[in-house]
Design a binder for this molecule. Structure first.
Ligand code: HEM
Length: 626
């Protein structure tokens, strides 16, 4: 009943797009590979029907521009997400809103906050956190996933609220949201009618409600913190601070109409934090994967950095002088897109494109994976080749002047038309600094078997299945390139931590008060999950031991409570610090965390029971809850 034919249907006035595929032909893992494979057979635009909804898949940048940009009034809506059914209207998540007045107002605010922050070079937060990350990698490269995720979540926390303290909880709630919204995440996104299951027996609804409650409290507490710091002139720069200052300076009309209420700004900034924490780790990890497979590019990059900077580690101010580094950044994103299926748009009216009919209400996917494999634009697309951005013979990608290009502005990987990504300045700076820093500091390469001397294989393209795809964990060696660089890394780390300590002295108790109390109030089991509210600060000296209590491989991250942490003295609990004298807000929050864990356990049991019924629909295992 849900299935389709492989033959285009002809009518007198127009032709339907080629209609292909069945829901159970699409694997849950690497679904974009299947959609790309179909594009090779059926062309750069075709449709599938899944549970009654038309999905249009576009694998050509030109077609994506023709529709999503040039016909923006028709193609700028977002589809309903069955597992988050108010996504188009609630105003909680800007990126998921329909094309409403709320979305327009929020997008304007987001734009203003990003612009202000990027004019101030993101307040050097990415540099500070990059310096911290390099040293952590030096000490414990095997835990690279943790250091990278800490880098991204701490950087965006600082940008959003002027402090890194919320980073751990942010990572947690954000990953839950990714499950909620991903087509291959929560089951109602695959079997749409499951969204009608009543709340009391819907594990998905209950889990999502608990997650949203926790997230809401986190965002509220963070705004409260910024307000408190501003009252004493100690607030570090942040999106929220910019909002509050802009509103303060505005006239009465602008106060509500232009900038909206603080509650709304809280959600806009929350969404920006979510986007930053979710996405940027993907290309950083893919860079290491690329260097394992293409060591020659690592040497070329190191040569550029060494010659131009004479031994210094790349800084954001060096960007004009380092085109190869910018080319590597861009090529990593092309080679392994972070959002390989794109974030879908929806049509508001029937449309005809080159004689093909596209109905109102269709879900439109700019298939980023397919777009980056268009051979007319990217010859030999499977090969990682930054030269395509630097050599004039690559006429479709090369652009002058090299002091400016390549860069990420307008790159297809950040979407199309009115819904393009707002975070490009952060992505650009984060990736330039981390990839440049890693190339400067380390020779990264495949491990060798100590007995045989043979290279230990590294996967080529094993990525996590959710909307934001990250490479499965792999083993590699990261050798510091010299003793001098080791010394400099320590110095850079110490410089970064000194500044952090200064900030902590400035924010005194207020910054950590909320988060640390939450940890202390939580029972022992939960401390594993929320243990280090600083996002895993480093021990004082080399002799301290990092205790990583959990595996942070992408696979294990698909279950709640899976983030690894390092034990830190200031977050450990004592019997005197019981929850009895905690403020009501903290007790309430801790109870909600408990409820969420209970829910999670119950839900897993229920899921188990439900699987035979799901299997009765003849869906392959891959489409079931995993
Ligand atoms: C590697 C990192 C990132 C990638 C690949 C990426 C990619 C994307 C894509 C493909 C879209 C959808 C565009 C469309 O619908 O046509 C999007 C939307 C968005 N991104 Fe990003 N993004 C990244 C990082 C960020 C960051 C750090 C922020 C932080 C501000 C951010 C904020 C947003 C927002 C607010 C939207 C929604 C725009 C709207 O719906 O109007 N993104 N991004």
């Amino acid at each position: 009943m849900f299935l389709t034919t492989t033959t285009p249907v002809l009518t007198l006035s127009h032709q339907d797009l080629p209609l292909i595929g069945r829901v159970h032909d699409v694997p849950a893992k690497g679904s974009w590979l299947k959609f790309y494979e179909w594009s090779r057979i059926y062309g750069p635009i075709y449709q599938t029907k899944m549970f009654g909804t038309v999905h249009v898949w576009i694998s050509s940048e030109q077609i994506a521009h023709d529709l999503l940009s040039k016909r923006a009034p028709v193609y700028s809506d977002r589809p309903l997400i069955p597992n988050l059914p108010n996504n188009r209207t609630s105003g909680d998540y800007l990126a998921l809103l329909g094309r409403t007045e709320t979305w327009k107002r929020q997008r304007k605010l987001c734009n203003h906050l990003m612009h202000t922050s990027s004019l101030a070079s993101l307040h050097s937060y990415p540099t500070l956190e990059r310096d911290r990350m390099l040293f952590l990698m030096l000490r414990d490269p095997g835990n690279y996933l943790e250091w990278i995720e800490q880098f991204t979540s701490r950087t965006i926390s600082r940008l959003s609220w002027g402090t890194a303290h919320p980073a751990s909880v942010l990572r947690h709630t954000t990953f839950g949201l990714l499950e909620t919204i991903s087509p291959s995440g929560a089951l109602p996104n695959v079997i749409g009618f499951l969204r009608h299951v009543p709340y009391v027996i819907s594990p998905w609804k209950r889990k999502e409600k608990a997650r949203q409650e926790l997230e809401g409290k986190l965002f509220k507490a963070n705004v409260g913190f910024v307000e408190k710091m501003m009252a004493t002139q100690k607030a570090e720069p942040s999106f929220i601070k910019t909002f509050l200052q802009s509103k303060e300076a505005a006239d009465e009309m602008e106060k509500t109409h232009k900038w909206g209420e603080t509650d709304e700004a809280r959600q806009v900034v929350g969404l920006m934090a979510i986007a930053g924490a979710l996405t940027i780790g993907s290309p950083i990890q893919s860079y290491i994967l690329a260097m394992c497979h293409y060591p020659e590019w690592q040497y070329k990059l190191q040569e550029e950095i060494d010659v131009v900077l004479e031994g210094r580690c790349p800084q954001w101010e060096d960007r004009e002088k380092l085109p190869m580094l910018r080319a590597v950044v861009k090529e990593v994103i092309r080679w392994r897109p972070a959002v390989p299926t794109g974030i879908p748009h929806a049509t508001e009216k029937d449309d005809i494109y080159n004689g093909y009919f596209i109905p109102a209400g269709a879900t439109i996917h700019a298939l980023e994976w397919g777009i980056t494999r268009d051979e007319t634009v990217y010859p030999d697309p499977e090969t990682f080749n930054p030269r395509r951005w630097l050599d004039p013979s690559f006429t479709t990608t090369y652009r002058e002047p090299l002091t400016q290009y390549p860069n990420l502005n307008g790159f297809s990987q950040f979407g199309f038309g009115r819904r393009t990504c707002q975070g490009v300045p952060i992505v650009e700076q984060d990736l330039f600094l981390t990839m440049g820093g890693m190339a400067w500091a380390f020779d990264m390469r495949k491990k060798r078997d100590p007995k045989t001397g043979a290279e230990v294989p590294v996967h080529w393209n094993d990525y996590t299945p959710l909307l934001i795809a990250k490479p499965a964990k792999f083993a590699f060696d990261a050798f510091p390139r010299s003793d001098e660089k080791k010394r400099l890394m320590r110095e850079m780390y110490e410089g970064a931590t000194a500044r952090m300590e200064e900030e902590s002295a400035g924010d005194g108790e207020a910054a950590s008060e909320f988060h640390e109390k939450m940890v202390r109030a939580a029972p022992a089991g939960l401390k594993d999950e929320y243990g280090d509210m600083n996002g895993g600060d480093m021990p004082e000296s080399d002799h301290d031991v990092l205790i990583n209590v959990r595996d942070s491989s992408p696979d294990s991250m698909s279950s709640l409570g899976s983030f690894s942490r390092s034990e830190s003295p200031n977050t450990s609990s004592t019997s005197e610090e019981s929850d009895l004298d905690e403020p009501a807000e903290i007790q309430e929050l801790s109870a909600s965390v408990m409820e969420r864990i209970d829910l999670h356990m119950g839900e897993k049991r229920k899921m188990f029971n439900m699987q035979p019924r799901v299997a009765g629909l003849d869906l392959p295992g891959a489409w079931r809850w995993s």
